[in-house]
Design a protein around this ligand. Structure first.
Ligand SMILES: Nc1ncnc2c1ncn2[C@@H]1O[C@H](COP(=O)(O)OP(=O)(O)OP(=O)(O)O)[C@@H](O)[C@H]1O
Ligand SMILES: [Mg+2]
Length: 352
């Protein structure tokens, strides 16, 4: 059995009558990068605060490193919470900032110095010991914050939208950095974000949350390719969704007297479903008649992105469809009437 560093069993959190977290269960393996992903207000921070011991669950059990932590005070839990806005102590230099928690623990001076040096290497800022905090860039502050959070070697690091305040370029850089740091130190990360790009880039596993509940847990690939519900499909990777009713390997569409051939699926006949098709799986052109599914369409918008072109088309039945194509030297223009199509193997069915 793989070791579990975090286990939540049927955890609920109410604020008065309001249910912020509704009967959630999940576990995080040792050394895993696990993300809670969901829109604003879905209960991510509340879940993290319960793990940190800053909120008490109304119901359910929480284990960290196999220990039931319900009676364990926040500062005694083997985890550390990393907030969005890193507040470094302004009157201390970098080394003193990182060492702060270690001084509190009364570690020997030589051990502290060794750890600070190791941590600065890990976060890619070797030799920054004596640097003053106001002489750091935004990205450097973030890295020092991570070093400080890891200094006491927590079993689990809890991160609440840590890249939120950074601009896009820095955020993309820090995503790669965070993943690298996590791999080097081997600490279990529980990462909270509403940004699917961050979750997909870094996570081993993702729990997709909505209105206090977990809708689906799985690897990034599972959530991307096999979203359980339309919500997950829309949230992760922006699928095209076409709703209809399944019957014998076909979905009869709501808006159009035609069906989409899906092949056999584990769905009961006459169930309402959302047909999910990824933008990169759809062909567009004048001559694509040999695909399982072919529909008439008109191009509404064209976005040229260098290696890729993104078409927004209006398909017959009034369905708005997004298509991503590799640029091979040809672009269709706005207003052009043509055909779009896809194979039945490229169809996934989700709950509506
Ligand atoms: N102390 C509190 N008292 C009452 N309601 C609260 C409290 N803390 C959070 N909530 C409510 O619980 C819900 C979940 O909040 P939470 O902060 O966990 O959301 P979140 O997923 O982190 O959202 P965001 O992405 O905006 O940070 C929200 O509706 C919020 O208003
Ligand atoms: Mg939050």
């Amino acid at each position: 059995m793989e070791k579990k560093d975090v286990v939540l069993e049927n955890v609920t959190k109410k604020f008065g009558d309001f249910v912020a977290v509704d009967d959630i269960s999940f576990s995080v393996k040792r050394g895993e990068f696990f993300s809670l992903l969901g829109p604003s207000g879905c209960g991510k921070t509340t879940t993290l605060r319960m793990l940190a011991g800053l909120e008490k669950p109304t119901k359910g059990k929480i284990y960290i490193g196999e220990e039931d932590v319900s009676e364990v005070a926040p500062f005694e839990r083997p985890c550390n919470l990393f907030f969005q806005n890193v507040a470094l102590f302004p009157h201390m230099n970098v080394s003193e900032n990182i060492a702060f928690g270690l001084e509190m623990k009364k570690l020997p001076k030589s051990e502290i110095e060794k750890r600070v040096k190791e941590l600065l290497d890990v976060v890619g800022l070797p030799g920054f010991e004596k640097r003053r905090t106001k002489e750091l860039s935004g990205g450097q502050v973030q890295r020092i914050g991570i070093a400080r959070a890891l200094a006491r070697r927590p079993r689990v690091l809890l991160l609440d939208e840590p890249l939120g305040p950074l601009d896009l370029k820095l955020r993309e850089e820090m995503m790669i950095e965070l993943k690298r740091i996590q791999k080097v130190v081997g600490t279990t990360f529980v990462y909270v974000t509403h940004d699917q790009g961050e979750a997909i880039t870094m996570s081993d596993e993702i729990a997709a949350m909505k209105e206090g509940r977990i809708i689906q847990i799985g690897s990034t690939e599972e959530l991307y390719n096999k979203p359980r519900t339309a919500f997950v499909a829309e949230f992760i990777g922006r699928s095209n969704l076409i709703r209809g009713r399944y019957r014998e390997g076909k979905v009869n569409l709501n808006n159009l007297n035609k069906s989409i051939i899906t092949g056999p699926h584990k769905v009961a006949d006459n169930d309402y479903v959302a047909v999910c098709i990824k933008p990169e799986r759809i062909s567009i052109g004048e001559d694509i008649a040999n695909l399982d599914n072919v529909f008439e369409a008109v191009i509404e918008e064209v976005y040229f992105r260098g290696a890729q072109i993104n078409y927004k088309v209006l398909m017959e039945g009034n369905y708005k469809i997004s298509i991503l194509e590799h640029y091979k030297g040809k672009i269709f223009e706005q207003g052009k009437k043509l055909k779009i199509g896809w194979e039945k193997e490229d169809v996934h069915l989700s709950e509506t």
